[in-house]
Every structure is written in structure tokens, then in C-alpha cells.
Write a protein that binds this ligand. Structure first.
Ligand code: NAD
Length: 419
């Protein structure tokens, strides 16, 4: 067991846990206040005061952690097997032997991607081995499709209880505020995307979980090479969403090197799905066009016709997530990978849709916030490392994507009309 890890055991983890009660309480309180739409400046001062109180307490605590509460002490240690060196491959199957199925928790599971991922994972690992969680009320069909639990990622103790009581071994962390929504509420995005991530990292390290956190094309900025964007390059995003995702990549990799956390991360392109609604991202137009084309024959696009962005059909995205989670550790030369499938502009997408629906009329009404974000993002993603290391390969290019989306939405709207 390395000295570094012992140090975390005895001191850092104890202090983190001690802080956690207050930090998550502060975040939860702030979250509630935010939902009442109080202004940032009204919130800022109490939050800063509360956080500096926490930090001060942590700094004043002795190295032995003897000021830590009894409850916290019971949970401070990483188990010996968890603290073996990151280079020790046996660490990565601490909680999940090849003969067992993993027990998976998905946070933020009611968004665009979570329900589909739960379906895929349940098919593979069994219905009861995959728990969806969110802070929203699940629709009836989701509630009856398998285990669902309330979980606010800002509530550290509740998260820990769920992980312990359900013997979770894999955590897929989907909760986030996406790019456009994040810009509209920076304090909330900061709380959910950054404070929430800290809770997730500590829980995962403490309980030896394999942790998946998605990143995004939004983790790059205007100074990154844009065509194509490689895995390793300058990352100076200009949105709180992008900043929080770079933070997640770096913190996950740091916990991997420092504490042996089995952190795995894919940078998703814009994801296109037919049966789930996008959550307020810059690439949402590429989903909306299909619904409007089928329902009204008209589509107003909020990005310029020549805005090129990397995109992927949801089935490819979810399969990539499962594949990277199952990849043997020795195949992973990195912990954060770009993945890609296709890259197109609104004009190219509209033309492909018009091959099937020639009467579709497309107009443009540019949203300056989304356009500025899109103009700072990659136009093409270089995902050669994922292809080489763990054999990533996409199935859907633009024509298959369009055909699949129209089939799905077309049949869905026929059912709706008939009922
Ligand atoms: N959809 C995409 O195109 C895309 C692209 C790149 C990366 N990603 C990433 O994939 C993940 C999932 O994306 P999505 O499109 O499903 O997002 P989404 O916005 O549709 O869903 C996010 C979910 O998080 C939940 N949430 C918000 N605050 C929470 C909290 N405090 N505690 C628990 N849950 C909370 C929301 O209720 C929501 O259901 C995100 O991390 C996102 O950044 C998505």
C-alpha cells in the first residue's frame, strides 16, 4: 500500500467527509434558493462565507483527524485493495469479478441518455442490477421498467447510502446542466456540474467503484484545433458547461493517478435520439428538425446553415459507453477519449432529410448564444485513440441516422394519431 494512499486514508478522506455534510448542505440550500430565482449576487456572499468556514475548519483540523465526527470516521478509509497503485490492474476488478454482473447506478438518469443506457445495461446485466436515479419524477413506463430511486447528487450522504445499501460497483454519472441551460443559470451549473462531481468522485474512490463521467465536444474552445480536434490539445472552453467538463476530466484523471480510482470518460459529440428529448444543448437542433419535419413540415433552425459540428446517433453513444466500461484496463492508454461518428452542418442535415421529405421548409433564426458556443466547438473529432485502443467503431453515418430517425418518429406519430 503506498504512502500516498495511506495519507488519504487517515487525513484527506476524513476531512473530506467532515466537510461533505456542510458542503452538500450548502449546495443543497443554494440549489433550493436558486430554484426560487434569487440573483447570483444575493447568493454569492453567504455561499462564500459558508465555504470559507468549511475550508477553515478543514485547515484547522489535526492531521490525525481527531475532530472528525464518529459517523464520518466510520466511512473515512479506502479499503486496502482500493488503494493499490493505479498501475496494479487487479484494482480495477475490486468490486466486480468477471463472473458477477456489476451493480450499476445511473445519476441524472431521466435525461436524454439515461433511460436508453439503463435499457441497454439491463439487457446485459439483468433488470435489477441497474438503478436509474434522478431528482425528477419518472414517467410511468420508466418507473415500471426497472429500479428507480430519488437521488440528488448534491446530497452526499444520500448518495453514499444508495451506493452502500445497493452494493453499487459501477457508477454512471449523467447528472449535469448542459451548455445552453448552463449559460442561463451559471450558479446552478457550477453547483451541479462541479460540486456534484466532487461528491461523485469521493463516493466512487471511497467505495472502489468503476466510474464513468461523460465529457463533451464542449470541453474544447476557440483556441483548440477545430478540424480535427485531437484528444490532447489546448482546452480553454468559454462556457460554464465546458469549464466544468474539463474540470471533471482533470479531476477524474487525478483521482485515478492519486488514488487508483477506475475513472473512464468519453467526450460525446452532439447526441441524436428519437424517443428522448435533448436537455438544452447547442446541438439540440439536430433532434428537433426530425420532429418538426414529420409533424409540421417546417423547421426553424437556431444555428447558421454552415455550422459544422460532430454528431452521433444515440445507439452508438450508449454502446460506446458500455464498451469503454467493459474494456480491459490494459487496453486503456488514456482515461478520457474522444469518440465520433459523423460531422455535418444544418444545411447538410436538412438536405438529407429532404431526400425523404421533399416538402420540408427550413428557415434560419439564429440564436446568438448558441451560435457563439457552436463557433467555439470542434468541427470534427479525431477519435483514433478510441478506435485503436478498445476498437471503437460507429454504426450510423448521416443517411442511416436520418432514415432511422424518420422511421422512428414517423411510426410514433402514426400511433399517436391513431390513438
Ligand atoms: N445529450 C448530449 O448531446 C450530450 C453530449 C455530450 C455530453 N453529454 C453528457 O451526457 C450526460 C447526460 O446528458 P443528457 O443529454 O441525458 O442530459 P439531460 O440534461 O437530458 O439530463 C440531465 C439530468 O440530470 C438531472 N439533474 C439535474 N440536477 C441534478 C441533481 N442535482 N441531482 C441529480 N440529477 C440532476 C436532470 O433532472 C436531468 O434529468 C451529461 O453529463 C452531459 O453533459 C450529453
Amino acid at each position: 500500500m503506498s504512502t500516498q494512499h495511506n495519507q488519504f486514508d487517515r487525513r484527506d478522506s476524513a476531512l473530506l467527509k467532515e466537510q461533505r455534510g456542510e458542503a452538500s448542505y450548502t449546495a443543497r440550500k443554494r440549489d433550493t434558493l436558486l430554484s426560487f430565482q434569487l440573483t447570483y449576487w444575493y447568493l454569492k456572499m453567504p455561499v462564500v462565507r459558508a465555504l470559507s468556514k468549511v475550508a477553515k475548519k478543514a485547515l484547522l483540523a489535526p492531521v490525525c483527524g481527531c475532530q472528525v465526527s464518529a459517523v464520518a470516521v466510520r466511512h473515512v478509509s479506502f479499503s486496502p485493495r482500493q488503494v493499490t497503485s493505479a498501475s496494479d490492474a487487479s484494482f480495477h476488478s475490486v468490486s466486480f469479478s468477471e463472473t458477477d454482473h456489476p451493480k450499476v447506478l445511473i445519476t441524472g438518469g431521466l435525461g436524454q441518455l439515461g433511460v436508453g443506457l439503463a435499457k441497454l445495461l439491463r439487457k446485459r446485466f439483468g433488470k435489477n442490477n441497474v438503478i436509474l436515479s434522478d431528482i425528477r419524477k419518472p414517467p410511468t413506463h420508466v418507473f415500471h421498467s426497472g429500479p428507480f430511486i430519488y437521488s440528488d447528487i448534491l446530497d452526499y450522504k444520500n448518495l453514499r447510502e444508495i451506493v452502500v445499501n445497493n452494493r453499487i460497483t459501477w457508477l454512471v454519472h449523467y447528472s449535469a446542466l448542459l451548455s445552453a441551460v448552463g449559460e442561463a443559470n451559471v450558479p446552478l451549473a457550477r453547483a451541479v456540474n462541479i460540486t456534484g462531481l466532487h461528491n461523485i468522485l469521493d463516493i466512487a474512490a471511497e467505495h472502489g467503484l468503476r466510474l464513468f463521467v461523460p465529457s463533451t465536444i464542449g470541453a474544447f474552445g476557440p483556441t483548440s484545433p477545430r478540424n480535427p480536434t485531437p484528444d490532447l490539445c489546448v482546452q480553454r472552453p468559454r462556457t460554464i458547461y465546458g469549464v466544468s467538463k474539463v474540470h471533471a476530466e482533470l479531476m477524474g484523471e487525478y483521482y485515478h493517478h492519486r488514488y487508483g480510482l477506475d475513472f473512464r470518460c468519453l467526450r460525446y459529440p452532439g447526441i441524436i435520439s428519437a424517443d428522448s428529448q435533448p436537455g438544452g444543448g447547442t446541438t439540440d437542433y439536430a433532434v428537433q428538425i426530425f420532429h418538426d419535419a414529420v409533424k409540421t413540415g417546417k423547421f426553424e433552425c437556431n444555428l447558421k446553415p454552415d455550422t459544422r459540428l460532430p454528431m452521433m446517433y444515440i445507439d452508438d453513444c450508449l454502446r460506446a459507453t458500455l464498451e469503454v466500461m467493459e474494456a480491459p484496463v490494459e487496453t486503456l492508454s488514456m482515461r478520457t477519449y474522444n469518440i465520433n461518428a459523423m460531422s455535418f452542418t444544418p444545411d447538410e442535415l436538412a438536405q438529407e432529410v429532404q431526400k425523404q421529405l421533399p416538402d420540408l421548409q427550413v428557415t434560419y433564426n439564429i440564436d446568438p448564444v448558441r451560435q457563439a458556443i457552436a463557433d467555439s466547438w470542434p468541427m470534427n473529432f479525431d477519435d483514433s485513440n478510441a478506435r485503436n485502443d478498445w476498437s471503437w467503431k460507429h454504426d450510423y453515418d448521416l443517411p442511416e441516422l436520418v432514415q432511422t430517425m424518420l422511421n422512428f418518429i414517423g411510426s410514433d406519430s402514426q400511433v399517436a394519431q391513431a390513438s
